[in-house]
Design a binder for this molecule. Sequence first.
Ligand code: BGC
Length: 440
Amino acid sequence: MPKGTYTFPEGFLWGTATAAHQVEGRNQNNTWYAWEQEEGRIIDGHKSGLACDWWGGRWREDFDRAQGGNQNAHRLSVAWSRIQPAPDVWDENALDRYREILVGLQSRKMKPMVTLHHFSEPLWVAEFGGWENEGIVDLFSTFVRKTVEALKPYCDLWVTINEPNVFAFSAFIEGVFPPGKKDIKTALRVMQHMVQAHARAYTIIHDLQPDARVGIAHHYRGFKPASWLPTDRWTANIYHTLFNDLIPRTLNDGVFNTIIKKEHFADAVGTQDFFGLNYYTTEQVRFDLLARKDLYSKRTYPEGTALSETGFIANMPGGMMDSVRWASSYGLPIIITENGVEDSQDSLRSRYLIEHLHTLWGAMNTDAVVEGYFHWSLVDNFEWERGWTQRFGLWGLDRETQARIRRPSVNLYAEICRMNGISADLVEEYAPESMERLFP
Ligand code: BGC
């Protein structure tokens, strides 16, 4: 069997990604905190609580772990609700805390990437109507200006908004994120406001920091028709168009095209310096006339694919190729801003990691320009409406004691980051079942 190493380009960014509400703890002034207090919203009534206690300072030990694991970058988010707790109040202490955190990354030789909106807003913004109200574009712009002005000495790589599509679908179609609505028209309006807010933020950031690099973290989900039937193909295509393509396309050509209606956002054209890509999995889509609330579809994972612990994610590395090729068509350099799997026993993670990175390497050797990879996540954290039932960390978290548990994948990822690639020896040791696939 031939042996070798799949080597990534020099200077490739290797890191993990986190989000404020999921790791900081004691975040009580935002939409998610309020949502967690409502009965039936989060599985088993779980609460974010102390989370990973980053606000209490445990980011230090976690960054030490990341640095010890040879990571040279980290993606985190700031909480709008901490920085601007009320419309006319700016909390300088919170900004100081974020400065300290970013300096903490720099001093560990890890490049910070900062996300300005990751699924949560201050309560006062929600009371104002949140993303349903077009006025949020101004509010978000003011917040971005203040935050970037304060943090620009420590960061020049910005994600304005994390996964506008997931946010709009989860909060306004499926109703599992706050405010829990189920109305596609509202979801589309919210996406438009997010496009406008992003475009405005892009300009503001570049005014403040001309050499900044700014983008969105887009979630791509593979949607494969379950059969050759035109109805299945049509349904899969609708999902791809509305979920994957709608927002990046608008940022590319200014046309928000929902198939039945076109609206124009000229200011949004060309407002990305890189394409942030979050890829987790791929689904099979079947047309189902009875499933109105799921846009007439039944989505499942193909039989025989390895599933994550709670069945949330199927190991579909081929979708990494599809997603990178699709993202490449927008002509921007790509950064993988999230990819990972929930797995408290670490029984699938190593294989998932190796197979996805190998596929990424393959995509980069065709024509895609990819600059970095951020694994989701560094340590187990609060998984939104799924609470603590899903464990995405390389490091496990004991919530009672705040102790971190070293999973075998920690060592694997550390070796990948160290050697800037994947060797046959690593595959043999961590995912022997992938040997055939990687080194046939
Ligand atoms: C989100 C993360 C989340 C992850 C795993 C992504 O859609 O950006 O916040 O934790 O998926 O569920």
